[in-house]
Design a protein. Sequence first.
Length: 439
Amino acid sequence: MDYKTSEVLEFIEENDVKFIRLAFCDIFGNQKNITIMPSELKRAFEEGISFDASAVTGFMKEEESDLLLFPQASTMYLLPWRPQHGRVVRFFCNIKHPDGRSFEGDCRNILKKVIDDSKERGFVCKIGCESEFYLFEQDEFGNPTLNPYDRGIYCDIYPNDRCENIRRDICLSLEEMGIKPISSHHEQGPGQNEIDYEYSDALTAADNLISFRSLVKTKACENGLFASFMPRPLNTECGSGLHINISLYKDSKNLFEDKDSNNYEYAKKFLAGILNRIEEITLFLNSSTNSYARLGKDKAPKYITWSKENRSQLIRIPAAKGDRCRMELRSPDSSCNPYIAFALLIKAGIEGIERDLELCEPKNINLFDVDEDKVKNLGRLPQDLNEAIKAAKESEFISTVLPQRIIENYINDKIKEWDIYSSITDKFKAEKELYFEKL
């Protein structure tokens, strides 16, 4: 939706809207919001709404705690799970200092800067996400359990797939929010699901992923269930990934579409740039200790490779036509902040073009079932959160995208998580306490 401020104010007045949610994310991608009444919306557009930024992890200190939220009219959504009488509208916001400066920790603004920089160089990225999640039963007190909602497997149907009605409800709600669902199915694990929705520009794609997570958790709760985006919530079952699909455009042409044209060289260099930086940015794509319990297993990659159609690779080029021609990055999971993740990936890809990097040869083999001698010379993703932290700390590239204070706050928080995880003998219990109800 592309509303203007005047149109929004008119819509609010004419459609029985009683509550306005001003949404933003912390540096880890956790959605926050402040609710205001409709009478305050005009002031919010003009002056911003203040909040205590020292109470948001990674934002500000006590002595410099005031920040302001400025709603973006074009991001207005009616929340379909709220009542039709006394409706609720949500906006994503820009975050600013009281003197009008953009807040350096505003992850939406970080992504916008990278998008603008790419456009100046003549390139535009469109992004689509494939996000997997589990549905679990709740106990009699409404607390989540580790009992999956069903015992279905990949593409099962009812009654093995008991999740189909919830997926249907989620898809219908996505449509009401202006996000077009494309497909949905039961995934390989018990109670595991995937719902895909249409591609969009990178900023809208990040907004949509935040909306999608919130919607899935809300609909699960309405049905007496709990939804988890934890990368591997069941240590004996498949993990849940966040496959990030990227199409690269120049002069309105999808550069992944025509593999025989000179333009395809840009796409190859874009891939080379991401492969070149993937190790050092993995912390921001796989940001939990649990992320690394998934990598290298059940169609999740661990080697820094690429190929066509091959699901054992880090990057694959799916069989597709027209605007759906793209690259698919298979390592990330939903512990990431999509604004930061997309910003780093786009920047790395554009750097590959700017530096004229050569794309390595594809690995057209099944990397999940291969002799060690054939992969001993391949680069690997970090094997745990600690390795990812070290790679990020040594990176000069990350500081070209993220402000230094945000890098330090992010890494320091992840060091604390690693220390907690390392100090507890029962690793799965540690991860359940750290992530299960948060992701």
